[in-house]
Design a protein around this ligand. Structure first.
Ligand SMILES: *Cc1c(COP(=O)(O)O)cnc(C)c1O
Length: 353
C-alpha cells in the first residue's frame, strides 16, 4: 500500500503554549484510510484536517461500532520528537477491534503512517514543560444502514491535538468516589476494549461523583461489586505494606500501557508487585490498620494520578497523609523522564519520529 500525502495550502496559526488545555485544538493534517469487503484496507492518505461527511444512517452513530487509542508525542530538550511505546497502542487497537468485529489493521504500516503524519506536523509538538502532542487513532463503522450487524465498510483516521500540562497547578491528590450502584463493565463484555460505549456508560456515575464533590469514580466489579477494577479511565495501584498491588487483567479492565510500565518500573526497583484480585473491604481494612500507604491511578493523559481521599458508602478514607506518596511521585518522574528524553530508556520504550 502506498501512502499519499496532500498538503494544505493554508496553515492554521499555532496556539499559545501556556494555555493549551486538552483536546480542543487540532493540527493541519490528518491520516485517513478506508475499508471495504472487496478491497480490504485501502487508500491510506495524509490530507488536510477536515470534517467527515456522513449519511445520518452511518452505523457508528447508531450502534457505536468503533474503537480508539490515545498516545502522545513528546519534544525533548534537544528539539527531537519521540513516541512512548506506540507499537503497544496499535496492538491494542487490533485487540479492541477484534471484540467489536472491526477488521484488523497492519500495525507496522499504521505506526509508520503515524510517524509520517507527525513528521509533517512537527511544528505542532509543543515544547513548554509537560506539554505534548496527543494522538487519537480511531476506527468507525461507516455503512449507511439501520440494523444491528457488523458494518462492511470502515474509516480509520488519526488526528493530533497539542495539549497542555495535565497538572498546571502541580501534582496534587484527587478525591475519588467508590460506587456500589453503577458498574462500568463485566467479564465477557467489552470492558477491555477502548470502545465508545464504555465511556458513554461511565458518564452517569461520573456526574454523580462530581455532584458529591469527587473527581472520579472508582469502579468495582460488575458481578459482586466487591473487587476493584479501575478509576475513571485509568488503571489503579495500591501500596499496602510496601507491596505494589494492582487488579489483574480479568477481561473487564482496560490493559493500560502506563499500567504495564508502572509494573515494569516497580519490579526493576525491587518493589514487590502483585497483579491480583483486591477487594474494597481489603483496602478499607488496610487503611484502618495503617498499612495502606498510597493509591494512584495510571494512564497516558495524567501519567500518575495520586488519590488523596476515597469515599465508600458513609466512610471517608484519607490515604496516607493526604499528600502525594513517594512511590507515586517517583513513578511520575521516572516515566516523564523517559518520555521527554531526560532519563535513560532501559526498557527500549522510546520510538523516535
Ligand atoms: C485508556 C484507558 C486506560 C489507560 O491506558 P493507558 O494505555 O495507560 O493510557 C485505563 N482505563 C481505561 C478505561 C482507558 O480507557
Amino acid at each position: 500500500m502506498q501512502l499519499t500525502i496532500t498538503k494544505t495550502d493554508t496553515l492554521k496559526p499555532k496556539p499559545d503554549e501556556s494555555s493549551l488545555g486538552f483536546g480542543t485544538i487540532f493540527t493541519d493534517h490528518m491520516f485517513n484510510m478506508d475499508y471495504s469487503l472487496e478491497k480490504g484496507w485501502h487508500n491510506p492518505r495524509i490530507e488536510p484536517y477536515a470534517s467527515i461527511d456522513m449519511d445520518p444512517s452511518t452505523m457508528v452513530l447508531h450502534y457505536g461500532q468503533g474503537v480508539f487509542e490515545g498516545l502522545k508525542a513528546y519534544r525533548t530538550a534537544s528539539g527531537d520528537v519521540q513516541l512512548f511505546r506506540p507499537a503497544e497502542n496499535f496492538k491494542r487497537i487490533n485487540r479492541s477491534s477484534k471484540l467489536i468485529c472491526i477488521p484488523e489493521i497492519d500495525e507496522s504500516f499504521a505506526l509508520d503512517a503515524l510517524k509520517q503524519l507527525i513528521a509533517l506536523e512537527k511544528d505542532w509538538v509543543p515544547s513548554a514543560p509537560e506539554t505534548s502532542l496527543y494522538i487519537r487513532p480511531t476506527i468507525i463503522a461507516t455503512d449507511p444502514f439501520l440494523g444491528v450487524r457488523a458494518s462492511h465498510t470502515y474509516r480509520f483516521f488519526i488526528i493530533l491535538s497539542p495539549v497542555g500540562a495535565y497538572y498546571p497547578e502541580g501534582f496534587n491528590p484527587v478525591k475519588i468516589w467508590v460506587t456500589r450502584e453503577h458498574v462500568r463493565a463485566v467479564r465477557g463484555g467489552v470492558g477491555e476494549a477502548k470502545t465508545p460505549g464504555n465511556y458513554a456508560a461511565s458518564l452517569y456515575a461520573g456526574e454523580r461523583a462530581h455532584k458529591e464533590g469527587y473527581t472520579q469514580v472508582l469502579w468495582l466489579d460488575g458481578v459482586e461489586q466487591q473487587y476493584i477494577e479501575e478509576v475513571g479511565a485509568m488503571n489503579i495501584f495500591f501500596i499496602i505494606d510496601d507491596e505494589l498491588i494492582t487488579p489483574m487483567l480479568s477481561g473487564s479492565i482496560l490493559p493500560g500501557i502506563t499500567r504495564d510500565s508502572v509494573i515494569a518500573l516497580g519490579k526493576s526497583w525491587d518493589i514487590k508487585v502483585a497483579e491480583r484480585k483486591i477487594s474494597i473491604d481489603e483496602v478499607v481494612a488496610a487503611h484502618d490498620s495503617g498499612k495502606l500507604k498510597e493509591i494512584f491511578g495510571s494512564g497516558t493523559a495524567a501519567v500518575i494520578s495520586p488519590v488523596g481521599e476515597l469515599k465508600y458508602g458513609d466512610k471517608v478514607l484519607t490515604i496516607g497523609d493526604g499528600n502525594v506518596g513517594p512511590i507515586a511521585s517517583k513513578l511520575f518522574n521516572a516515566i516523564q523522564d523517559i518520555q521527554y528524553g531526560k532519563g535513560q530508556d532501559p526498557f527500549g520504550w522510546i520510538e523516535p519520529v
